[in-house]
Design a protein around this ligand. Structure first.
Ligand SMILES: [Zn+2]
Length: 199
């Protein structure tokens, strides 16, 4: 029989106890700005965590692991090495997407935005309430995820995604997450697309 020594007295092991124990541990002490937000699907929380720790398979990251590639240049702009911070933040394409997203959520971007951690710190400092912070954090996660998918779609399927399409996809996927996971059942698309839903 498995026993679980969470407190003084051993108890019968339950998966939910382990889960609540893990939830209470700060798994990502390197990045104080990252949070395990339950409004975001677990897969995306994991993706963001791996991105901040430079653990997603960008071309630079693959080349560092001795994987032979024809080029380490960013597929979206072809003008700089494809690191995490380049692909998700400083790439010209990503900058156009972030500019549109920042206009949507009414938070200005810093003049020099060079890293994903820098962006998360900026969100942390700019949002006026916890609820807005969570919503903007969710939208930032959706933006990173969509940029990654756009990059993969270009590299593996040769498909180019227009910036306007990318922004539309970010609004749609984040709306779906908020509706499904944040308990905002009365939220409608009009309010979300104007970001008039949180106080
Ligand atoms: Zn680029």
């Amino acid at each position: 029989m498995w026993l679980w020594k969470q407190e003084e007295k051993p108890e019968i092991f339950k998966v939910c106890d382990l889960r609540s124990e893990l939830d209470g541990i700060n798994l990502i002490p390197e990045t104080q700005v990252l949070k395990w937000l339950n409004w975001i699907p677990k897969k995306i929380n994991c993706f963001l965590w791996r991105a901040v720790l430079d653990r997603i398979p960008t071309r630079v990251s693959l080349a560092l692991r001795n994987i032979h590639l024809p080029s380490v240049l960013c597929a979206l702009c072809n003008s700089a090495s494809e690191s995490v911070d380049h692909l998700l933040i400083s790439c010209q394409y990503a900058q156009l997407v972030w500019t549109a997203v920042s206009l949507w959520v009414k938070i200005s971007l810093p003049r020099y935005l060079l890293s994903l951690v820098g962006l998360m710190e900026h969100i942390e400092s700019q949002c006026s309430s916890q609820e807005i912070k969570k919503a903007v954090y969710l939208i930032a996660a959706a933006t990173c995820w969509i940029l990654w998918r756009i990059r993969n779609n270009l590299i593996f399927n040769g498909k180019i995604t227009q910036v306007s399409r990318a922004v539309g996809d970010i609004k749609a996927i984040s709306f779906f997450w908020v509706k499904a996971r944040a308990g905002k059942t009365d939220l409608d698309w009009k309010k979300w697309s104007e970001f008039r839903c949180f106080k």
